[in-house]
Design a binder for this molecule. Sequence first.
Ligand code: CP
Ligand code: NVA
Length: 293
Amino acid sequence: MTDILTIADLGAEALHNILALSERTDLGRPLEGQGVALLFEKPSARTRNSAEMAVVQLGGHPLYIQGHEVGLGERESAEDVARTLACYHSLIAARVKRHSTLEAMTASVGTPVLNLLSDSDHPLQALADLLTVKQLVGQLEGARLAYVGDADNNVCRSLAQGCALVGATLNIASPKTYQLPAAELAGLDGVRQLADPAEAVEGAQIVYTDVWVSMGQDGEKAERHGALAPYQVNAALLAHAPQAWFLHCLPARRGEEVSADVIDGPRSAVWRQAENRMHSARGAMAWMLGIRP
Ligand code: CP
Ligand code: NVA
């Protein structure tokens, strides 16, 4: 299995191997003379740039394609788009509105498929997050993380799956309506759902949040802001976690899920985290090509 659609699908050994590869800059040029399709149905700053540069660093040619250019699911089915891209490229990477689009692609081609964010999962983000935690805390096993905010989203889901696989603990604080479903939580060792943000961050080494309104959820803005307002990561909350670093996948909405003084303050490591998107994308692609540490 060389696709990466979710962190859970990877399993612990593959996850550790990808993180080890991500720390290396001597992977050579396994993509020499080959293309990588980067298909986006949604906007992106970090994922597009980091993935393009990862392909370049592996010696390949990145090809950026917007969903509307190929008419994904309209002019042509996801299956036929994937079959077409597989004629020219060694990897197919896609950011999609619906996770099922990625599943349709993987079912149609033998070429490895990489999830660049879907409505349910953001595995490349979690790889960069774990790499950053490893650098900041020193090790992943036993690391203490807290996630505060909208937990029923792609970023939190992939982070929670990753924490469970590496033996880190993750306390999640979110309102009832925006929790990871109980059935998912039950399968994630070390991941706990709490109501109180202060209790969740107590003793944390990392405090993480993401936007309250993800791409495609603009119609839910008012209700989300209403429910999530008590879950802002600000100086008062971080006072309960005096040792913690702050992480955010970005883009951020200062004054909403995080206060400006926190994200722009001395305990914020969000730019190191953003840089790590490139290193983990390189590690992930190398792993998909069969390279092992
Ligand atoms: N964190 C992240 O995926 O950023 P972009 O949406 O800008 O790619
Ligand atoms: N949860 C956010 C992540 C953006 C990188 C979204 O899906 O918009």
